[in-house]
Design a protein around this ligand. Structure first.
Ligand SMILES: NC(=O)c1ccc[n+]([C@@H]2O[C@H](COP(=O)([O-])OP(=O)(O)OC[C@H]3O[C@@H](n4cnc5c(N)ncnc54)[C@H](O)[C@@H]3O)[C@@H](O)[C@H]2O)c1
Length: 251
């Protein structure tokens, strides 16, 4: 795989799977734009990429605000003149039984996890659809979209939305030579998952026993799938949802 001359935008690039994806893309010679609400982490990862000898830029953005998503896309275009790859990875979660949820939690989950990628996709497609060279979008959904998850009812609903959004956009974008796919990670060792580990260690042990490979993923294993789907090696793949989960569910 080679991303020489390509411009990649990674939301949530400051941490976990987004950071691993950004570093992998940079290692394959992409210029990587880190988009994150967390300024400290975003700048740190952009610095790590530059230390690898690749180009990077951090654009602080709250993806749940369409105005900020559009301003980010314009900044990337002003700086680099095109956008070849978008990875919609940023999301948020809080594990809690549905009957303990309040509407503020639902709003926050829907705003960040569902509306956020919709806003960023639209903002970037304004430019990507005008490029003769097309592009690739990879959305980070979750296995929760396929099989549900206890304590994550509304999170799962947002990821189910991303799963379906990916397929619909893939149909509309094929004529522009833009491929759109999603990955559905299983449990992955990131700061998001560490919160779960601390609050529910027994649940995490039970999950590990249920995984045929008997361990959770590391962020690089998710990044490998994301980057492959974004690469020319996946040139005939669009509208798909690839589970990266050690066999936890096989649908
Ligand atoms: N870790 C897992 O077990 C797991 C499992 C399934 C799916 N996922 C998905 O993988 C993706 C990455 O998760 P992770 O585990 O690396 O999480 P993480 O918490 O380590 O990273 C998420 C990043 O998104 C950023 N972010 C959050 N809200 C934002 C906003 N409004 N605007 C911009 N940036 C924002 C955070 O600052 C952070 O840098 C998410 O879509 C998550 O739902 C993770």
């Amino acid at each position: 795989m080679d991303f020489t001359g390509k411009i990649a935008v990674v939301t949530g690039g400051g941490s976990g799977i987004g950071r691993a994806t950004s570093l992998k893309l940079a290692g394959l010679h992409a210029t990587v734009v880190i988009v994150d609400i967390n300024e400290e982490n975003g700048n740190k990862v952009a610095g790590e990429i530059e230390a690898l000898g690749a180009k990077s830029m951090f654009v602080k953005t709250d993806i749940s605000d369409f105005g900020q998503a559009r301003a980010m896309a314009k900044r990337v275009m002003d700086a680099f003149g095109k956008i070849d790859v978008l990875v919609n990875n940023a999301a948020w979660d809080k594990i809690q039984p549905f009957m303990d949820n309040d509407p503020a939690l639902w709003e926050r989950l829907i705003n960040i996890n569902l509306k956020g990628p919709i806003y960023v996709t639209r903002a970037i497609l304004e430019y990507m659809t005008k490029q003769e060279t097309g592009g690739a979008i990879v959305n980070v959904a979750s296995d929760a979209a396929k099989v549900g998850s206890t304590g994550e009812a509304v999170y799962s609903a947002t990821k189910g939305g991303i799963y379906a959004f990916t397929k619909s956009i893939a149909r509309e974008m094929a004529r522009y030579k833009i491929r759109v796919n999603s990955i559905c990670p299983g449990p992955t060792q990131t700061p998001l998952f560490e919160d779960v580990q601390q609050t529910m260690p027994k649940v995490v042990e039970a999950i590990k026993k249920a995984i045929p490979m008997r361990r959770v993923a590391n962020p690089e294993e998710q990044a490998n799938a994301i980057v492959w789907l974004a690469s020319d090696e996946a040139s005939y793949i669009t509208g798909q949802a690839l589970s990266v989960n050690g066999g936890l569910n096989m649908c």
